[in-house]
Write a new protein. Structure first.
Length: 194
């Protein structure tokens, strides 16, 4: 195996180890109740949970109707108030567990987004520096005809993240555009008919 292949493997191994360490740290910081809620949430998220609830409900209704038809007293006659109470409690518990799991996932996604942003900004800075160094090298080499390259000059400038964010917001690529506020909706001229 060549030295560059070893280097690539080392970089990949380091990246994987960093991700595993990050996940391990997150898992260690998770409380026992959060872990339990996530386990229950994973079970609730399976189709078997829905099938189980529906099956129990159908069996309960069938049992009560059959007992009533046979002349016996049904434990939960129509409109099945006991069943409604149990299903309401199950819905409350299910919703709460799902929200707990979603909150933790949202926190993790925000951390990943911030980490990605930091890595992207660092990458942009490195690329800008490389372009700057290459341009200096091009100007210093006697055999290279010195020419003006406006694109290379522009790329040497660091990106102004606030201006980029402002342009994204003005372009309608933020949450507002998802809820129906398209750029044309915000433009008073777009609504006028000619």
């Amino acid at each position: 195996m060549s030295a560059s292949a070893d280097s690539l493997t080392d970089h990949i191994d380091q990246n994987i180890e960093a991700v595993v360490a990050f996940q391990r740290r997150e898992w260690e910081q998770t409380t026992a109740s959060q872990r339990y809620a996530e386990r229950v949430g994973r079970w609730i998220g399976r189709p078997v949970y829905l099938v189980g609830i529906l099956s129990v409900s159908v069996l309960w209704v069938a049992l009560n109707v059959a007992l009533r038809a046979l002349g016996h007293t049904a434990p939960d006659p129509f409109p099945f108030e006991m069943l409604q109470g149990v299903l309401s409690l199950a819905a409350l518990v299910t919703t709460t567990i799902v929200l707990i799991a979603q909150n933790r996932q949202t926190k993790l996604e925000q951390q990943h987004t911030h980490l990605g942003l930091q890595v992207n900004l660092l990458t942009e800075q490195k690329v800008t520096k490389l372009i700057h160094l290459i341009e200096e090298l091009r100007h210093d080499l006697p055999m290279v005809r010195d020419r003006l390259d406006p694109q290379a000059e522009a790329l040497q400038e660091r990106a102004d993240t606030l201006r980029v964010l402002s342009a994204i917001e003005q372009g309608g690529l933020t949450e507002g555009s998802v809820s129906g506020n398209r750029p044309a909706d915000n433009n008073p001229a777009a609504g006028r008919s000619g």
